[in-house]
Design a protein around this ligand. Structure first.
Ligand SMILES: Nc1ncnc2c1ncn2[C@@H]1O[C@H](COP(=O)(O)OP(=O)(O)OP(=O)(O)O)[C@@H](O)[C@H]1O
Ligand SMILES: [Mg+2]
Length: 307
């Protein structure tokens, strides 16, 4: 299978002003996404999902590690050489307002992105913009509105239209369903599936909700505090999750305790039911488990993954 996007050993730590507290937003992340497939990236708020997405597009620099896009090593290229490739990878931003100028009208925003890579004449351009609006279920009257006056859900859909207008080979969809009503959520899921089928698009679908991720993904990566703790084909992770955190995401009511231990050891130990059940084994507080392959394509990072 052709790999479109691949990362190896990505690290990104953030420090506070005094350089003391460290947030490990990416802590040795390796992922790959084949052509025409979706990788779902799921994990709680603050675990580093958006940071991974931003590094993949070289919107921020990793501390170390590599990102390949269609064989190009983006981490070794400067912006001048990356720019011509940017058409091929686009992000639906979690905070859509960050990708738009509030004083621009919706029509001009879409026109600008459609015209970036095509030279349609006036009528075709207008038809294309109307078509994009209908795909994301926005009324074309909204095109005359200023972006600053649109609601969060409307801006989100406009951002999705902006990305689709560019026909990228790879889309990062960062919480694309947040702020949308249930009925519109399913339309957007269907739209992404349709675009993927028509254009063989590769997708990184980011969400904190495993059940939503499951709808679109071929493979699911579960992230916790900067680490991938489980990675498997969707059907496998649904039927046979190995990591306690993945199990918790499927059934969040069972364990919502939080115990503050020390920093070393497994990233998940403070919330782990297995650790409690097994009477706090030392290994969990001493050693971060490696991401090991338990069956073909099914990886987990837990000392007790098989129990
Ligand atoms: N520029 C930055 N400076 C300092 N800390 C940052 C910066 N960007 C992100 N972080 C921190 O890194 C961690 C990961 O952030 P990130 O936005 O990637 O999380 P996320 O998984 O996308 O969360 P959410 O689900 O809430 O969107 C968070 O603790 C965040 O506060
Ligand atoms: Mg985020």
């Amino acid at each position: 299978m052709d790999t479109v996007v691949e990362t190896q050993g990505l690290y990104k730590y953030f420090y506070n002003k005094k350089g003391h507290t460290v947030i490990k937003a990416c802590d040795d992340i390796s992922l790959s996404i084949p052509k025409g497939k979706t990788l779902g990236l799921v994990g709680e708020s603050g675990c580093g999902k958006t940071t991974v997405g931003r590094i993949l597009l070289r919107l921020i620099e990793p501390d170390s590690g590599t990102v390949f896009f269609n064989g190009h090593n983006l981490t070794e290229m400067n912006e001048k050489h990356i720019r011509p490739l940017r058409k091929n990878f686009q992000m639906i931003f979690q905070d859509s307002s960050s990708s738009f100028n509030p004083r621009m009208r919706a029509y001009d925003a879409l026109k600008e992105s459609v015209q970036l890579y095509s030279d349609l004449r006036a009528k075709e351009l207008r038809d294309e913009i109307y078509h994009l609006m209908s795909r994301v279920n926005l009324h074309k009257e909204m095109l005359s509105h200023f972006l600053g006056s649109l609601s969060g859900g409307e801006l989100k859909r406009l951002d999705i239209a902006r990305v689709l207008s560019i026909h990228p080979a790879f889309i990062i969809a960062d919480e694309p369903l947040s702020l949308l009503d249930m009925s519109i959520q399913s339309q957007i899921v269907n739209l992404l599936l349709e675009v993927q089928k028509e254009e063989n698009t590769s997708l990184l679908f980011i969400s904190h909700d495993l059940r939503i991720v499951r709808m679109l993904s071929h493979t699911v990566a579960v992230m916790y505090r900067g680490k991938i703790v489980e990675l498997a084909p969707k059907s496998v992770i649904t039927e046979n999750p190995l990591h306690p955190y993945t199990k918790h995401l499927w059934n969040p009511k069972i364990s919502d305790f939080y115990v503050q231990f020390f920093e070393s050891g497994c990233v998940y130990k403070n919330s782990c039911r297995v650790l409690h059940r097994k009477g706090f084994p030392l290994i969990c507080s001493e050693k971060q488990p490696e991401l090991l392959e338990y069956e073909k394509g099914h990886y987990a990072a837990c000392h007790f993954a098989q129990e």
